[in-house]
Design a protein around this ligand. Structure first.
Ligand code: NAP
Ligand code: ZN
Length: 361
């Protein structure tokens, strides 16, 4: 029989977990391993809320393990380091993102792409090397191998840094990899949520022209005046879509639900690339001729490796890329999930774990 989460490790830990596909979160006692020689233990101060957490809470990708403690945009302060840790010391401000383990020897790992390792270990809801289940950042402290921990530069506020760990790297990575990072290029960002608003900010910091493609007309003014987008197109308005045809060098599609791809492909110039990062649970419809007739491509991209995650954080610190956040207390999280489902957040919820996660005995 499986060992109870409260006693499988020596240290008592506390967080909020979903117990089933209702996704409702409630207080949960579990345990964490003691600090191993290459481990960093840190007190969680802030944790962002990603739409992936919502997909996982509701088992929309059919791979969730309950009890499930979500949270993969985790920022905190180091409280203990193992004897062989050389990157961090007690008191450092650090973060962990979506990954806590990989094989370290495959081609992907050797090329700093741990995210594509076949043995990658996600931060929560996965089996760790010792056979226990991983739990995420909606919890009081984390223990992680130093390889998967990154440094938060002092220029970044700790609460606003959190969304960079997942949303930030997920959009920054493909801009770089697919060459959509040259000043003057024209990028489309589909879906102005957590990922989308950071795609706009990174693209602007790189000198790109940006069109937001959104289902929410009410987001227009802020997208242009506050986030710095150049144009705003309502995807359900045929005239606006028609006017934007063949204008984009690339698209980052962050939409979390099933949506029509073909009108987006029409917005690309010849040779344009649509990079999907949103992960709807059902297949999308794709006709090939519109790709063939313009030598266009569709690709996907999954978070990023640890080296690039640190580069992205440093870039954000240096170029003043700051996620727009709504800081919430822990006990607001279920309401936050309902609002996230309705795209009612500007633009990322961040839980103030340090001040509001209190054990309920
Ligand atoms: P989010 O904050 O909820 O943003 C998603 C946006 O998509 C919404 O704000 C909305 O923008 C648009 N949208 C929602 N429903 C739609 C629909 N039915 N049709 C068209 N547009 C719709 O979510 P997020 O945290 O940014 O995450 C977005 C997606 O990326 C999720 O599927 C998540 O799991 C995935 N993700 C992938 C990776 C990766 O590595 N590839 C990493 C993190 C997250 P508008 O109101 O502007 O239309
Ligand atoms: Zn590997």
């Amino acid at each position: 029989m499986a060992v109870q989460p409260e006693i499988e490790h020596p240290r008592k830990a506390y967080g909020w977990a979903a117990r089933d596909t209702s996704g409702v979160l409630s207080p949960f006692w579990f345990s964490r391993r003691k600090t191993g020689e290459k481990d960093v233990t840190f007190k969680v101060l802030y944790c962002g809320v990603c739409h992936s957490d919502l997909h996982k809470l509701k088992n929309e990708w059919s791979d969730s393990i309950y009890p499930l403690v979500p949270g993969r945009e985790i920022v905190g302060e180091v409280t203990e380091v193992g004897s062989k840790v050389d990157k961090f010391k007690v008191g450092d401000k650090v973060a962990a993102g979506c990954l806590v383990g990989s094989c370290h020897s495959c081609q992907n790992c050797v090329n700093n792409l741990e995210n594509y390792c076949q043995q990658v270990i996600p931060t929560y809801g996965a089996k760790y090397v010792d056979g226990t289940i991983t739990y995420g950042g909606f919890s009081d402290f984390m223990v992680a191998d130093e390889h998967f921990v990154v440094n938060i530069p002092s220029a970044l506020p700790l609460d606003a840094a959190a969304p960079l760990l997942c949303a930030g790297i997920t959009v920054y990575g493909p801009l770089r990899y697919f060459g959509l990072d040259k000043p003057g290029m024209h990028l489309g960002v589909v879906g102005l949520g957590g990922l989308g608003h950071l795609a706009v900010k990174f693209a602007k910091a790189l000198g790109l022209k940006v069109t937001v493609i959104s289902t929410s007309p009410k987001k227009k003014n802020e997208a242009i005046q506050h986030l710095g987008a150049d144009f705003f197109v309502v995807s359900r308005d045929q005239d606006q879509m028609q006017a934007a045809m063949c204008t984009l060098d690339g698209i980052i599609d962050t939409v979390s639900a099933v949506h029509p791809l073909m009108p987006l492909i029409d917005l690309l110039k010849s040779h344009g690339k649509l990079v999907a990062v949103g992960a709807p649970e059902k297949p999308l419809e794709l006709l090939l001729p519109p790709l063939i007739l313009g030598r266009k491509s569709i690709a996907g991209s999954y978070i990023g490796g640890i080296k690039e995650t640190q580069e992205m954080i440093n870039f954000a610190a240096e170029h003043n890329v700051r996620p727009e956040i709504e800081v919430i207390p822990m006990d607001y999280v279920n309401t936050a999930m309902e609002r996230l489902q309705k795209a009612d957040v500007k633009y990322r919820f961040v839980i103030d774990i340090g001040n509001t996660l209190k054990p309920h005995y």
